[in-house]
Design a protein around this ligand. Sequence first.
Ligand code: NI
Length: 176
Amino acid sequence: MSTDMRFPIGPFLHEGAIDSTQRDAWISDIEELPEKLATALIGLNDDQLDTPYRDGGWTVRQVAHHLADSHMNSFIRFKLALTEEHPSIKPYFEEKWALLEDTVKAPLALSLELLRGLHGRWALLLRSLTEDDFSRTFFHPGSQTIVPLSEALGTYSWHGKHHVAHITKLREKMGW
Ligand code: NI
């Protein structure tokens, strides 16, 4: 098991083809993320929420709001790729977004509610997609990569678990 606080579950890795069994598991991860996050946050007070999960890292509060920022962008990328031919998506500076007031200070309930609605819709959309839909792509001009939706799905399944683990590992370390 990794002891790297930055990558508590390791990087996203997937070898080979992505079949429907794998996609279904990832869709379940998307569906379950809001409750996994809510569980990870239970009982934390404001001082704990404003504690960085590692030296120089985001606070627990920023991590939670970042999930909403990031997954709103991802949901829109899915919808763009499903309705346009290989669209270029809009990168954003996640580090700068994380410094805006609503990410630094907002009550957690706002992003938990947002994520519940967003992931409910996202999972419903994902379950409606065909094999062909999952092979649709978008272009990421920041990384200059062509991203099929099946791969984006895996990435965001990982991304939710990655950040929830930041919170649960910090709680373990601090005995919270
Ligand atoms: Ni992230």
